[in-house]
Write a protein that binds this ligand. Structure first.
Ligand code: MG
Length: 398
């Protein structure tokens, strides 16, 4: 039975890694969270009543789960289980449409959104829905400001189309569900694989496609430069800047290594504690919980709970960082001072920074590790224990 309700396909199956770092661009981090997480969040918030269905590449399932883990838990529960896409965008969209067609309640309208458009506003989504209802097939477009030339194979100008008649087209593209499903099936059956977007498929199938007003800010993240621009825009919205402090001490006792920031460092003593006694990870975890105003490491991971006996403290630190992301925020900076006579921290500093950056999933440039002694004074001076002071700066949405 077909209703007038809406489904949103978020197409995230592409392999494009033009943005660098080997990861498909939709999984690259901007302002602390993957591009896809921002896009899904925007769709879920714009359409609280609609079904949001991601289409992903089978190889990316783990990346996808990590991206969804960074959503607010309430919003993440509203996401439909992802569908696996095909080799091309066209096949991926069709896989998503077929999955919708198999649902008990088939949507009346569907929006097809690129995972890389993370700035589509709620107003744009509302316009897309209205345009689909009114016209059956509709796409957002903006006036072009550059003059566009049509050229031949020798780069010789063949024509100068009138600028007023041109539109740069964006997503979400908006359709009556039965119309676009039939058009995709027809194109697949005819072996038409060169159609660049869903509007082209609707046109090819003989439908009139209407252009509604897009948004100049509705950019698509494609290149490394786009990621920088997107990050600057997102950071601007994280206005609630907070600092948290953490302090921890563990005693030195028998052993042949210490854990510091998730790194195992050989030493003639070990740190004593319920977990792995990673005093540095503990102090940073507390600094993050402090900045969030969400208790401390002891309230999240009580030493009385046997499951934390001997646990790797990277779990605690990773969890605190995940809370920052779930709240829609990012870690701006971590700064810690390790206070001990030995082991010497300097030779391990870069490895410790790398380890912490990996655990909290932020760039190494945002992690500072310093060390000092207490001139042989006090318990640290007598090498009875190691102390750590940490500060974390985070940015949250207001
Ligand atoms: Mg501790």
């Amino acid at each position: 039975m077909q209703g007038s309700d809406l489904a949103i396909l978020v197409v995230a199956a592409g392999r494009g890694s033009r943005a660098g770092a080997g990861l498909p661009k939709q999984y690259r981090n901007v302002a602390g969270r993957p591009v896809l997480t921002h896009t899904l969040e925007a769709m879920l918030r714009a359409e609280p009543e609609s079904l949001v269905l991601p289409v992903i590449h089978p190889d990316d399932f783990e990346l996808y789960q990590m991206a969804v883990a960074d959503l607010d838990a309430h919003e993440a529960r509203r996401l439909a289980a992802p569908v696996f896409g095909g080799a091309t965008r066209q096949e991926s969209v069709r896989a998503g449409l077929e999955a919708l067609a198999e649902r008990e309640s088939i949507p009346g309208l569907v929006l097809i959104q690129d995972a890389a458009r993370l700035f589509s506003s709620s107003t744009l989504i509302a316009r897309a829905r209205e345009a689909a209802l009114a016209h059956g097939a509709a796409i957002p477009g903006v006036q072009v400001t550059d003059t566009i030339k049509q050229v031949d194979a020798d780069a010789r100008v063949r024509a100068t189309p009138l600028r007023a008649s041109l539109r740069a087209v964006q997503t979400p593209q908006a359709f009556r569900f039965d119309l676009i499903l039939a058009a995709h099936r027809k194109a697949a059956a005819a072996g038409e694989t060169e159609l660049t977007d869903d509007a082209a498929i609707a046109e090819w199938a003989g439908h009139a496609v209407h252009v509604f007003e897009g948004e100049s800010g509705n950019m698509k993240v494609t290149s490394a430069e786009d990621l920088v621009i997107a990050e600057a825009r997102l950071i601007r919205e994280l206005l609630d800047i907070r600092m948290g402090q953490g302090y921890d001490v563990h005693a030195l006792g028998e052993g042949d290594h210490v854990w510091l920031g998730g790194l195992k460092i050989p030493h003639d003593h070990g740190l004593i504690g319920h977990s792995d006694a990673d005093v540095l990870s503990h102090a940073i975890t507390d600094a993050l919980f402090g900045a969030l105003a969400e208790g401390d490491i002891g309230s999240h991971f009580p030493p009385s709970d046997p499951q934390w006996k001997g646990a790797a403290s990277s779990i605690f630190l990773n969890c605190a960082a995940a809370r920052v992301r779930e709240r829609g925020g990012m870690i701006a900076h971590i700064d810690a001072t390790v206070i001990c006579e030995r082991p010497k921290i300097g030779p391990h500093r870069e490895a410790i920074r790398e380890s912490i950056a990996r655990i909290v999933d932020c760039p190494i440039e945002r992690v500072a590790i310093k060390a000092t002694t207490t001139e042989r004074l006090g318990f640290t001076g007598r090498e009875e224990g190691i102390a750590v002071l940490a500060i974390a700066t985070i940015r949250l949405p207001l």
